[in-house]
Every structure is written in C-alpha cells, then in structure tokens.
Design a protein around this ligand. Structure first.
Ligand SMILES: C[S@@+](CC[C@H](N)C(=O)[O-])C[C@H]1O[C@@H](n2cnc3c(N)ncnc32)[C@H](O)[C@@H]1O
Length: 282
C-alpha cells in the first residue's frame, strides 16, 4: 500500500471519516494505520501500542464500534428487506443474529429466521436462531426449504472452490421461487457514474489498487477492530462481471444488480458494495 499513495490516501480518508462520525480522535490514525500495516497478523496489538486508548473496549472505543456495527445492520436490513419473502430466511456467514433479528421484526408472524456461520455458539430466541454450519460449504437447511438465503460481506472470505460449493448448496437449499440476496463488496467492471466523491476516488485506482482497498478494508475490520485472527481473509473479491459466471455455474441466475457505490452503511469504513438478487435457474 505504501507504493500506491492514492490507495493509502483513500484508506486514510475513509477511516478518518468513519472515526469522525464516531466522535473518535482521528489525529493518531496515520500512525495507527502504519503500525498495524507493519504487523498485519498482530495488528490490534500494534495499533494499541501506539494508541493505548484503543484497549478500552468497554470505553468510548468499544461503545463507538458496537454502535457503528448496530447501525450497519440497520442499514443492511433496510437494503435487504424488500427482497425478503415469507418462509424460511437464512443469513449465512452472519457472525450473529443482528441482521435476521431486524428483518424478523418487520415480517408477518409465521416466517423463521436462521443465522449461520462456520463458528459461534448456537442460540434460539423465538423465530430467530443461530446455527453453526456442518461445513464451510454446507448449510444446515433441508433441500428446497429456504425462501431466501442472505449473504452480506461473506462470500470473499473463502477460496473460489469453497465458494462454488457453498453457492451450489445455496441452490440446493432454496425452494423453486427462492432467492439468494447478496450484499457484497464489489464494483462494476466497466467505467461507471460515481455515486460519491469517495466512489470517484475508488474508481480512479487501478485494478490492483481497487483490490487493495477492499483487502485493507476487510483486514482492518477483522484484524484491527474485531481482532478475530480465526476469520479467514483470502480476500477473493470479484467485480460485478466476474460474479455473473460464478453464480451461473452454481445454477443461480442474476435477477437484479444495484451498485450502491462506496457507502459507509454506518460501519467503521466505507466500501464499494452492490445488492445482487439471484434466483434458482432452470
Ligand atoms: C466480514 S464477516 C461478515 C459477517 C456479517 N455477514 C456482516 O455483514 O457483518 C464474514 C463472516 O463470514 C464467515 N465465514 C467465512 N467463511 C464462511 C463459510 N464458508 N460459510 C459461512 N460463513 C463463513 C466468517 O466466520 C465471518 O463471520
């Protein structure tokens, strides 16, 4: 990243914007970023060494992060909800039940909501549950049972082979009118009308810089903010043109694509995202 000043500056700009919104001190961010980048696998400790106030998870930092995460799921729920149908709704790679709980709160009684992940503790609360997947490429759902499978920011956390097998399992799990609703970190393959100044700066990066921006964002969230060394970060991002054949190969046909631009969604950092809805083909 040090060899791409435009990438470095954009990362710093979106971090500064996010931390400003949280009311966090931003003057240390350049030093924090450099320290974390120098020790990418030990990034939280490296960041805390130069900014000891980050240790206070229960203090302003932890509170700001928890609030940002909650607000991210408010925005994700608003984006995903129009595509959700009654029935069994599965949020795969969910981390927790925050998104499905928000969607459940706006649905008629009678639907069921399950959040899954490769790690975590099973929970059940009324119609909302959390279930650990039997395998990274296997959902805990019966054949043809799901009205929707939701995937937010999770399909770049696995190898292309696991992703292909997991998407095939999504198709197995969906009922004939069921859909996959993806909110994924991606961007158009062709030049696009920028949605915001940050989106224009992202578009100005070369291909390597765009991938680098997505990768740094992913790493910052999981290694620096959440300190989750066990979350896989292969950073297998795809642009929107690359998604089409990957979904088609799994038997999923794209119904709609809505590129949202570089949006913060209340989170710690703004990333380019698209809402993709795909249905069972054939
Ligand atoms: C960046 S987090 C996204 C969590 C949540 N969907 C969100 O939008 O905040 C990526 C999640 O994908 C999960 N994950 C990685 N590989 C997976 C797989 N093969 N199947 C299900 N979840 C997976 C990770 O454990 C992690 O919780």
């Amino acid at each position: 990243m040090s060899q791409d000043p435009a990438l470095h500056d954009l990362v710093l700009a979106v971090l500064t914007d996010g931390w400003s919104r949280w009311g966090m001190p931003t003057e240390d961010l350049p030093v924090i970023l450099d320290a974390a980048l120098a020790e990418p696998d030990n990034a939280t400790v490296a960041a805390q060494r130069v900014a000891p106030y980050l240790v206070a998870r229960e203090g302003v930092f932890g509170k700001a992060y928890a609030e940002a995460r909650a607000s991210k799921f408010d925005e994700f729920a608003a984006l995903v909800r129009p595509s959700v149908q009654p029935g069994l709704v599965c949020d795969m790679g969910a981390g927790d039940t925050q998104l499905v709980a928000r969607i459940a709160a706006t649905c008629e009684p009678g639907s069921r909501f399950v959040a899954t992940d490769i790690m975590g503790e099973p929970t059940a609360d009324g119609d909302v549950s959390f279930v650990v997947q039997p395998a990274p490429d296997r959902l805990p759902l019966a054949d043809g049972s799901a009205a929707n499978v939701i995937a937010t920011g999770m399909l770049h956390h696995m190898s292309p082979e696991v992703r292909a097998a997991l998407l095939a399992d999504v198709r197995r799990s969906l009922h004939p009118e069921g859909t996959l609703v993806m909110l994924e970190d991606t961007y158009p393959a062709e030049p696009w009308a920028a949605r915001s100044p940050a989106d224009a700066r992202f578009q100005d990066l070369d291909d390597r810089g765009r991938w680098g921006f997505l990768a740094v964002t992913d790493w910052w969230g999981n290694r620096v903010m959440k300190n989750l060394p066990e979350v896989p970060l292969p950073c297998t991002f795809l642009d929107l043109a690359q998604w089409r054949p990957v979904l088609a190969e799994a038997g999923l046909r794209i119904r709609s694509v809505d590129y949202l631009g570089v949006v913060d969604c209340g989170g710690h950092m703004a990333t380019p995202r698209a809402l993709i809805v795909a249905e069972r083909g054939g």
